[in-house]
Design a protein around this ligand. Sequence first.
Ligand code: ADP
Ligand code: MG
Length: 479
Amino acid sequence: MSGSWEVVIGLEIHAQLATKSKIFSGASTAYGAEPNTQACLVDLGYPGVLPVLNAEVVRMATKFGLAVNATVAKRSVFARKNYFYPDLPKGYQISQYELPIVEHGELFIVDADGNHKRIGITRAHLEEDAGKSIHEGLAKSSGIDLNRAGTPLLEIVSEPDLRSAKDAVAYMRKIHTLVRYLGISDGNMQEGSFRCDANVSVRPRGQEELGTRTEIKNLNSFRFVEKAINFEIDRQIEVIEDGGKVVQETRLYDSDKDETRPMRSKEEANDYRYFPDPDLLPVEIDAAYIEAVRESLPELPDAKQQRFAAEYGLKTDDAAILVSTRALADYFEAVVAATDASAQIVANWVIGDLIGALKRGGAGIEASNISAAELAGLLDRIADNTISGKIAKEVFEAMWAGEGSAAEIIDAKGLKQITDSSAIEAIVDQVIEANPGQVAEYKSGKEKLIGFFVGKVMKETGGKANPGQVNAILKDKLK
Ligand code: ADP
Ligand code: MG
């Protein structure tokens, strides 16, 4: 159905900045406190109080701007966005409007066909979050929790350059990885620290002019972003193909029903009456400040991925997985530095066994039961032929369960590989003698049977015979 239609998407991502205190007050930003215990007079919007800008948010926004190759404005201005809502006691949100701190950035994603695609970042501006309305557990009233009021946000607005739900997710993941690399947001999506609004439209393929868009609000998981956008694409195409018109409106995604529903239309849209906030000075930074921030940037994910591929000869996909967080990349490099095994073997173990084990417990690399040095210890035992790769899986599981180091477990369980050729030869002889039928078939050309013989020998030795030696000796004896 979507064949003759082109999908156009632009995302507005809200990343909560990881400061200790709020953007304009000294109240704590910690998540999960008792309602209204972390809102001071400024956050409550009392008359006569004045906001004071937290310098850290300027540094964080600057870091982001430099990381996406954007222009960081030497002068940016806070503006009041006026609207009424119970969770916004001042009657306006302090945001940036005409002069945001970051403009004209870019990011590269890999789309579903494996092509690299440039996604423009229109702007990123600083603003304060609102409070929260609470309905749960309250019978006939609503509660207001202002702990979140005044929490710093960086709103990152993309150009309408995304062409599918998958593109949108790839872009959002990249921003997510990036803000965590930069240490400017914890990216915790369950807690709402990283969420997005998706603007979606469709147009006949080949048409220049953009179609009418709808905006799906407050998506807080990658899965919901993909599902909500796909639902919305199908809905819009159906509306148009049935002879109707898409109405520009704000919609909400209902994950239980997997559908979007209208929230408010353009006619009801607010006129925010933006104007510069008279309580706050323009933010002025100079070139020296920007350069100092540039100096402080860590190696960024794309650069790290390229270095991993070049320096360690890793497959691109493997490098991409290993750089998904700084902690995982550091772990990988620590193992490589400590072991004699090749970098690709380290990558295989980290991506396969280690990440697999971590996923079972739902944890990140920080919670690994096996340290980089311990994993290096295991891989060294494969490299020096103490154990086979297969036995190593068993040792890995025992290490994960806390049974000791690789060397201790190999000793305790008697897993040391048999590399004594005369011992292997004796077992090979037994196996050949016990299976005359297969020997005859093998000799008449059915060489695939080598696997059968190897299996028998491995079984006899409890998997401990060196597989390379077993193969060589078998082939020799079956000639
Ligand atoms: P607003 O401030 O009203 O939300 P903006 O013009 O700032 O509007 O756009 C917000 C987001 O919507 C941006 O990410 C932009 O790329 C995207 N966008 C704008 N027009 C369209 C469209 N026709 N289809 C899809 N996305 C769009
Ligand atoms: Mg918008």
